[in-house]
Design a protein. Structure first.
Length: 258
């Protein structure tokens, strides 16, 4: 038996009472995209006129914390895209000060073909940032705080079963009703944009999931890259996140760009 949940990811710039009522009525988990303090957030999240969105996003995130009344099913959670120039430990502490207890820190979209920009941006720099988050989380010592990347890492060492989102199947529905493969695959854009399109109007969920499994199997998304064979960390790393393994020439049969 599968349980079905709804979630929405928003930049947090518009939050009306009508939206809050709809989220409550339909039990929708709300995630907010916020990259940190004003400096970190406004590096990549200005509005169309080039103006800061930080204060509005922060204010609405705090409203969502109060609105959820500690109901984890409603959230809010945060998603932050890493930038090697940001202080991740301080960002973690600022989210906790706002009452946020579920966070995710995403590596920037990179395929094997993309490379890194500038001397300071390296895979090692992002590794240090994630380590900084882990140390801040460990120092706080609050088991109710969930950081997705920490949970994923610790689950590899834990004997008590998979992480809580290990068996989750994400179905992305666009505003026009089209159903997409998990949009975390967007770094593999040459592959992603040519995938067949389905719609909630004419495709049952079961048929869509069957198609997804077929496409992922065909692309080798669940196979260990051949370049990782023999590596002592292969069982823990598993070649890295699939979307960061893509190249135009090798498909997904590469170790992660990270």
């Amino acid at each position: 038996k599968a349980s079905l949940g709804f979630a929405i990811q928003t930049n947090g710039t518009i939050l009306s009472p009508a939206w809050l009522e709809a989220f409550s009525r339909h039990r929708v988990h709300v995630g907010v995209s916020i990259d940190g303090d004003r400096l970190a957030h406004d590096r990549h999240r200005l509005d169309k006129r080039g103006r800061s969105t930080f204060e509005t996003t922060k204010r609405n995130l705090e409203r969502l914390v109060d609105w959820s009344n500690d109901d984890r099913a409603l959230g809010p959670s945060t998603i932050s895209v890493l930038d090697w120039r940001n202080d991740l430990a301080e960002i973690y502490r600022s989210f906790r000060a706002m009452g946020v207890r579920e966070m995710s820190f995403l590596l920037p979209d990179r395929s094997r073909d993309d490379g890194f920009a500038g001397d300071g941006e390296t895979a090692a720099a992002y590794g240090r940032q994630l380590a900084d988050v882990f140390e801040a989380w460990l120092k706080e010592d609050d088991a109710s705080v969930f950081v997705r990347q920490i949970e994923r890492a610790l689950a590899r060492f834990r004997l008590g079963g998979p992480m809580r989102s290990e068996n989750v199947q994400i179905v992305v529905v666009q505003s026009d009703g089209s159903i997409a493969l998990n949009d975390s695959y967007i770094p593999a854009l040459p592959w992603y944009r040519d995938l067949p399109q389905t719609s909630v109007d004419d495709t049952p969920l079961r048929d869509h999931l069957t198609l997804v499994r077929s496409l992922e199997s065909e692309a080798g998304l669940h196979s260990l890259p051949s370049g990782c064979n023999g590596c002592e960390w292969a069982r823990l790393c598993r070649g890295g996140d699939v979307e960061n393994r893509f190249s135009r020439n090798g498909g997904f049969n590469n170790p992660s760009a990270y």
